[in-house]
Design a binder for this molecule. Structure first.
Ligand SMILES: C[S@@+](CC[C@H](N)C(=O)[O-])C[C@H]1O[C@@H](n2cnc3c(N)ncnc32)[C@H](O)[C@@H]1O
Length: 167
């Protein structure tokens, strides 16, 4: 069926939303101390964007794999490879309360069917967050979480994106 909105159009919508949302989030945390978390390295697009917007911040990066060119591979001591359910708990004590901005870009088509990750990932991210930290995600990972205040994320007219102020 031809909906008039092609796969290319959807991809452009998604990437445009991500660029606007990340720029907004970076503005929100300006002047405050703390690390950044990138949960979902994927092709490295949003990681690269975050590091260009925040060149002086340390970015902790989590994914099952680092399938990126060398130029987009995070430093080894900032890269946590493996299932989020293992790597996030394993890193918690080292970075407890140290993160100012967490970006969780975790979605895939299968997850849409399974309704899985969005229910548990927020609980694994939360211990990393400094009081008042900002969480941004392509999935509603903070829905119903105590202490997660939903925010209006700009640039979401064509693609959903979600934000919370935590604690
Ligand atoms: C939408 S992609 C990230 C895209 C990336 N932010 C970019 O801009 O290129 C989602 C990523 O989450 C990772 N992922 C999904 N579930 C995971 C899990 N349980 N443990 C570790 N990584 C996972 C996938 O490997 C995938 O790279």
């Amino acid at each position: 069926m031809n909906t008039g909105h092609s796969t290319l159009d959807h991809m452009i919508d998604r990437l445009t939303t991500q660029r606007v949302a990340l720029g907004w989030a970076v503005g929100c945390v300006a002047g405050t101390p703390g690390l950044v978390m990138e949960i979902g390295l994927g092709k490295g697009r949003t990681y690269d964007h975050l590091r260009s917007l925040l060149p002086s911040r340390d970015i902790l990066v989590f994914d099952m794999w680092a399938r990126v060119p060398t130029s987009l591979r995070p430093d080894e001591d900032r890269l946590f490879l493996g299932d989020f359910r293992d790597t996030l708990p394993a890193a918690t004590e080292r970075f407890r309360g140290a993160v100012r901005l967490a970006h969780a870009d975790i979605g895939n088509a299968q997850e849409d069917d399974e309704e899985g990750i969005r229910h548990w990932i927020g609980g694994l991210i939360e211990p990393f967050l400094a009081p008042g930290a900002l969480v941004l995600s392509d999935r509603p990972i903070g829905a119903g979480r105590r202490g997660w205040e939903p925010l209006d994320v700009p640039g979401t007219q064509r693609w959903a994106y979600h934000g919370w102020r935590v604690g």
